[in-house]
Design a protein around this ligand. Structure first.
Ligand SMILES: C[S@@+](CC[C@H](N)C(=O)[O-])C[C@H]1O[C@@H](n2cnc3c(N)ncnc32)[C@H](O)[C@@H]1O
Length: 398
């Protein structure tokens, strides 16, 4: 049976006392198709303003949430006066320049440099006494390491200079949904008490690279919290698959299937054969990769899909392989399956061309991950709860 992964969402929290019973207002930059909004709504927050530059993303956002609060345009052209006061600003800023594939221009890059648009607006809001108490950033793991960690350092410093103490965690969507998708979150709290220098133990949300970064940057204003353990995922790849008829046009014909099966290395071919020989259908996902100048297909059969990507240049679409009862069938993941992997409910409207939907979901966030970060990272700060730092050890004063 196909299960809607969104039903596993955590319980909604009561509004904070200091918000006088009102739901916290959220401004979302880089809103895309609105999956941060979905998480915010489920956490009892109200989005009052959204910005994105891409009209195709806006089309999907508007179909699902309306366009009343959506401001289409470049963040660099946004006047601070157009942005309303809110308790939370979210910024899922572009990742293109934070990866090796993107040339590593980092926060100086044309795309990821959009981060400075948020800082410009925050600065103006601070000057007018309207800065949000909490800011939430989201990006790819490359944010921890791009240009030797310099991009993360200058981003956190910019928030520090505006009076925000910062916490950083990395969360893999695979704890919530059958998709491997690690993402970095920065939670910044206005006026947070400044912690003494400490070391941070490596943990599932603070891997060694992040723990060492924190340790090596005592000059930054940290506001590290203990977070709960990440949950165990309750669904697997099979749970999010659509039951498409055998003659659905999405399934590949024999010739294309045979060509795909010929792209495996010996190890992956063995796995495919085992799946085909099994007496129940088994599912795996695959991406094509170029290895030594040859296009190869690699199977992933642990019940988790690979990270959804944007299908730029025709590649990047995830392939589904079904083996069993002596047969093999292959197709691409459908837009609805991608929506489910990102934790969007089946009521999420996808009335756009397939590629447009896939671009939207490839760039988007996994909803239950953002909910978890909001529940454990944003809400405690909105409530003004003090930050315990049990996971840390004070460094001896030199
Ligand atoms: C990583 S995606 C965020 C997706 C979003 N969180 C979602 O759930 O769909 C980054 C977004 O930034 C937008 N963007 C890129 N450059 C921008 C700019 N200069 N001004 C405003 N938006 C921009 C892109 O269109 C894209 O939707």
């Amino acid at each position: 049976m196909t299960r809607d992964p969104s039903t596993t969402r955590p319980a909604m929290k009561a509004p904070a006392k200091k918000l006088s019973g009102r739901n916290p207002c959220v401004v979302e930059f880089f809103a895309g198709i609105g999956l941060v909004r979905l998480a915010a709504q489920r956490q009892g927050m109200q989005v009052v303003f959204a910005n994105d530059i891409d009209p195709k993303k806006e089309e999907i956002y508007a179909a699902n949430f309306g366009a009343d609060h959506f401001h289409l345009g470049d963040i660099h052209a946004l006047a601070p006066g157009e942005v309303p006061q809110a308790e939370l600003y979210t910024a899922s800023f572009p990742c293109n320049d934070l990866s090796v594939a993107g040339g590593m221009a980092g926060l100086d890059g044309e795309h990821s440099g959009a981060f400075w648009g948020v800082i410009r607006i925050l600065k103006a809001k601070q000057e007018s006494g309207e800065a949000p108490p909490v800011v939430l950033l989201e990006n790819v793991p490359g944010f921890l390491t791009s240009r030797g960690g310099e991009d993360l350092r200058i981003a956190l410093l910019a928030l520090n200079e505006l009076g925000y103490g910062v916490d950083v965690v990395r969360v893999d969507a695979a704890h919530f949904s059958p998709q491997s998708r690690a993402r970095v979150f920065v939670v910044a709290e206005q006026g947070a008490p400044r912690a003494a220098p400490y070391t941070v133990s490596d943990s599932e949300i603070r891997p060694a690279v992040l723990a060492r970064f924190i340790e090596n940057h005592h000059e930054l204003h940290w506001s590290i919290r203990d977070w709960p353990k990440l949950p165990r995922r309750e669904s697997c790849l099979e749970d999010i698959l659509e039951a498409l008829p055998e003659d659905d046009e999405l399934w590949w014909d024999e010739e294309r299937t045979r060509y795909f099966l010929g792209q495996f290395s010996a190890r992956h071919e063995k796995l495919a054969r085992e799946m085909i020989a099994s007496n129940t259908y088994r599912y795996a996902t695959a991406f094509r990769r170029v290895r030594q100048g040859r296009s190869m297909a690699e199977l992933r059969s642990d019940g988790v899909a690979g990270c959804l990507r944007t299908p730029r240049g025709g590649s990047g679409r995830q392939i589904l392989f079904r083996g069993g009862m002596g047969s093999a069938r292959v197709r691409l993941l459908s837009a609805r399956e991608c929506a489910r992997l990102q934790g969007a409910p089946d009521s999420f409207k996808l009335d756009v061309p397939l590629n447009q939907a896939l671009f939207g979901f490839g760039d988007a966030v996994c909803v239950p991950v953002v909910e978890w970060v909001m529940e454990h990272g944003v809400w405690p700060r909105l409530r003004g709860e003090s930050a315990p730092v049990k996971a840390t050890r004070l460094l001896p004063l030199s």
